[in-house]
Design a protein around this ligand. Structure first.
Ligand code: GLN
Length: 196
């Protein structure tokens, strides 16, 4: 069966593992190229995108992750993970690079600093009628959406959830609120792409 990984360099790794296991997925932590090679899909957690970027280079997984994304591996990024998945980062640190793959520009800390963290009930029609209770923590927003990218949700006119093929990104953290539907959608991509 399919196995999914959570990139475990920094950030809210445990929360993602808990949601994926609650959905019945086989989950492993990914810190090395060999661990990456053993998974059919990857979650990029929330945390600090510049730190995850730096550690990914230190651990030698940045280029392998870029190659797997180019090969069509399903990826779900939340918050810092969305920043890492974007083709372009606005307001990033000068040396900060994304993995890329998702044809969007993402602005870091688009809603202000830590004090501006907030929660919202979001309509996400692609997930059904029940709104998503979304937690935003120093959250990014998507400022440019490429042609092949579908907007799944917005808040105050800002795009906060997107999907492009098997790449899924949210500016908020479903993994901290007991929301399972985004991870279920990611796992469906994994099953489809891996033929499981
Ligand atoms: N502001 C953080 C960053 O730029 C993201 C915050 C988060 O993941 N909750 O990486």
């Amino acid at each position: 069966g399919a196995r999914v990984g959570v990139l475990a360099l920094q950030g809210d790794v445990r929360e993602h593992v808990a949601v994926l296991e609650a959905l019945g997925a086989a989950v492993s932590l990914v810190r090395t190229p060999a661990q990456l090679a053993a998974v059919d899909g990857l979650v990029l957690p929330g945390g600090e995108s510049s730190v995850i970027d730096k550690l990914s280079r230190t651990f030698g997984v940045r280029e392998p992750i870029r190659e797997r994304i180019a090969d069509g591996m399903p990826v779900y990024g939340t918050c810092a993970g969305l920043i890492l998945l974007a083709d372009r980062i606005l307001d990033g640190l000068p040396t900060q690079l994304p993995f890329g793959g998702l044809d969007v520009d993402v602005r870091r800390n688009a809603f202000g600093s830590q004090v501006d963290s907030f929660e919202a009930e979001l309509a996400v029609p692609a997930l059904g009628e029940e709104p998503v209770h979304a937690t935003f923590i120093r959250a990014p927003a998507v400022e440019r959406v490429g042609d092949g990218v579908e907007v799944l949700a917005s808040v105050d006119g800002r795009v906060v959830a997107v999907e492009q093929g098997a790449l899924l990104g949210t500016a908020f953290h479903p993994e901290v609120g007991g929301e399972l539907r985004f991870h279920r959608r990611f796992l469906a991509h994994v099953d489809r792409v891996s033929g499981a």
